[in-house]
Design a protein around this ligand. Structure first.
Ligand code: 0O2
Length: 216
């Protein structure tokens, strides 16, 4: 206990990295990602048949690096330990789903909610209520049971679901603004927030157009 208190931040980071990068820990997250990706492939096939067009454009996934975990815990003012990371971060395992149209997002999210063998633990609708930055996406935190030998753990995966247009905005925002300290680039932030509104308008216009074509 005393030893833990005296640990310098650097050695705590190293300990976090060692534990997070342990093969069994990485495999647990990779397994949970694989399960959700397989489900999304089935969801896409079902929705494609139903809508007679592709719904999901692309999917990507990653396990957060130890470095990013340390940065995120520090940004949130939390203790930089493996235990805190695993218990408080919902996005150590993450999957991003990019849909063609903005109404597809809700179809995919509903289909995920209907899966009986995983739990949706938390939801954020940044499409209905965009973030101050202009960021738009639906986030679902899903719990995936991962059994190894006689123990089952629920591993959390963050699912970000957004349209092609929202993804374009978010990718450029990540490059230019996101994670820069407040005020550092105030004017740019205001401008990029404005473009998020423009993109949302275009996204809705494209949806109207598709609906008109569907009805022809
Ligand atoms: P990275 O490097 O992309 O992984 P919670 O603890 O569940 O309450 P959390 O994780 O603190 O929530 O925040 P939130 O709002 O759910 O955002 C999580 C992720 O959404 C971020 O992960 C980004 O990927 C993305 N995101 C959120 N806001 C923005 C934004 O303004 N711009 C962009 N481009 N992406 C955003 P990380 O770990 O911050 O980053």
């Amino acid at each position: 206990m005393e030893k833990q208190k005296l640990q310098c931040p650097e050695s705590r980071q190293q300990e976090l990295q060692k534990k997070l990068e342990a093969p069994m820990v990485q495999l647990r997250y990779a397994y949970a990602i694989d399960v959700i990706r397989a489900k999304l492939r089935m969801i896409n096939a079902g929705l494609t048949e139903q809508n007679r067009r592709q719904v999901i454009r692309s999917m990507s996934s990653r396990i957060k690096s130890a470095d990013s975990v340390v940065k995120k815990l520090s940004r949130k003012g939390q203790e930089v330990t493996y235990r805190t990371a695993v218990s408080s971060l919902n996005d150590i395992a993450g999957i991003r789903v990019v849909c063609y149209f903005c109404d597809d997002i809700y179809q995919v999210a509903d289909a995920v909610r209907r899966q009986s063998d995983i739990r949706v633990l938390k939801e954020k609708d940044y499409v209905g209520s965009p973030k101050k930055s202009g960021y738009q996406s639906i986030h679902l935190i899903v719990g995936v049971p991962v059994t190894y030998e006689d123990r089952t753990r629920e591993v959390r995966v963050e699912l970000q679901i957004r349209s092609f247009a929202m993804d374009y905005w978010a990718e450029l925002d990540t490059q230019m603004c996101y994670k820069k300290s407040a005020g550092q680039i105030e004017n740019v932030e205001r401008e990029i927030r404005g473009y998020s509104d423009v993109i949302a308008k275009v996204d809705n216009k494209m949806l109207e157009l598709r609906r008109r074509i569907d009805g022809m």
